[in-house]
Design a protein around this ligand. Structure first.
Ligand code: ZN
Length: 413
């Protein structure tokens, strides 16, 4: 009995210490170098507690003391005080984004910067074991390129093209790959000897943009991704929204065309039936803008659509206008329901953003309440085609280094 109580007390002390470590790391990630006093003010931890935690972080090599620059505004009187800074390349995470027919892996540092990455297309149908074995090979190669050893790696983040279990270890189903119950974390942990976390790829993209990209410091954003399927990732209160049983934000199955064509989900007129790669390619084909349907992983046609719109081709403009109309009606629902601070467009919508964003910025505000109108921001993904890879890395950084953000660190001061 006595022992159990002692053990529990130790556990509590350890988890408090870990909690405090993560609060300070998050502050350093969000605001850059800070003095111990600033860390104490922003975290609410006492000065001695901050000193203790910083000492631990110094030991682990995650942070260093640096001399503050002249712009820091710190008083120059007395003995020179130092700032605490994150050592961006003291540790690394690995990342694997598994999309429908495309695989991208990378080595990423603590500031979300990519040291080395590799992208490969694979043909469908494909067996999960074959694709994961390929990912392991590629990960070993990028580690070698980046001169990063397993000992320096804190974990691997996997972006899966579909639903993931609550423990974030199993890809429950990927409709576009035809996979179900793939034990991704077990597989990669055995193969690579590092801890693994799995997340829905679009949710991971939202996390990446929230921590390091277009939505840094914001509490709410919606990432809308269109490729083979259409999905969304939500950040609410600074954290990724994991939803109910399966945590999916199925924006792709919002009905935007009354009595539209049948969708995979059993519904009709879903957003996915009109703004996925397949749907837009089909319309370009029937409008005579492309002569044959391009391969799944050949995206030159989307640039072609952009160029034609810029040139004033009326058929291309008609297709663009349709996309604007459908995306607008889906986004209006999201804005009215969640009023996010930022909407980020990824995949095809990001490819088309040169001729899409301004149109959306013009069409959406006039259809929402005046109060919400001024706050709407729409941007293409900061990380473009790397959004999935950096997103999966960020999920690993959250899981294995920084912890889930706390509201105190995501509010602007
Ligand atoms: Zn549907």
């Amino acid at each position: 009995m006595q022992n159990k109580r002692v053990q529990a007390a130790h556990l509590n002390a350890a988890s408090v210490r870990q909690h405090n470590r993560r609060i300070l790391l998050q502050l350093l990630r969000t605001y850059g170098d800070l003095s111990r006093r600033q860390l104490s003010e922003r975290s609410g931890l006492s000065a001695p507690a901050v000193t203790n935690v910083v000492a631990e972080l110094l030991d682990s090599g995650l942070v260093v003391d640096v001399t503050p620059g002249p712009e820091s505004g710190l008083p120059k009187l007395g003995r020179p005080s130092s700032n605490v800074a994150l050592v961006s390349r003291s540790h690394f995470v690995l990342s694997a984004q598994i999309g429908a027919g495309v695989l991208q892996v990378g080595v990423v540092d603590l500031t979300g910067e990519v040291l080395a990455s590799e992208l490969i297309d694979f043909s469908l149908p494909a067996q999960p074991e074959d694709v994961m074995a390929l990912a392991v090979e590629m990960l070993r190669r990028v580690m070698e390129t980046a001169h990063v050893t397993t000992a320096q790696v804190r974990g691997l983040g996997v972006g899966a093209a579909g639903l993931v279990d609550d423990d974030q270890r199993v890809n429950l189903s990927s409709q576009n790959l035809g996979w179900s119950e793939v034990h991704m974390a077990d597989y990669f942990e055995d193969a690579l000897g590092v801890e693994v976390v799995v997340d829905h790829n679009v949710r991971a993209m939202a996390v990446g943009e929230a921590r390091y990209g277009a939505g840094q410091g914001l509490e709410s954003l919606v990432f809308v991704y269109s490729r083979t399927g259409v999905g969304a990732g939500l950040i609410l209160g600074g954290r990724e929204y994991r939803g109910g049983t399966h945590g999916a934000a199925e924006i792709g199955h919002m009905r935007v065309v009354p009595n539209g064509v049948h969708c995979n989900c059993g519904g009709r007129g879903c957003l996915e039936t009109v703004v996925s790669d397949v749907a837009v390619k089909a319309r370009m084909l029937s409008a005579g803008l492309i002569s044959a349907s391009p391969d799944r992983n050949d995206h030159a046609w989307s640039q072609q659509l952009v160029d034609l719109v810029v040139e004033g081709d009326s058929r291309a403009i008609a297709i663009r206008d349709e996309i604007v109309e459908y995306v607008t009606s889906a986004l209006l629902n999201i804005i009215n329901l969640l009023n996010p601070q930022l909407i980020v467009l990824g995949g095809l919508l990001s490819d088309l953003s040169p001729v899409l964003i301004d149109e959306l910025r013009a069409s959406i505000p006039i259809q929402v309440l005046p109060l919400l109108r001024d706050t709407i921001r729409i941007q293409p993904a900061h990380f473009g085609a790397d959004a999935g890879m950096i997103g999966a890395a960020t999920v690993a950084l959250d899981q294995f280094v920084f912890g889930t953000p706390l509201l105190t660190t995501t509010r602007s001061h």
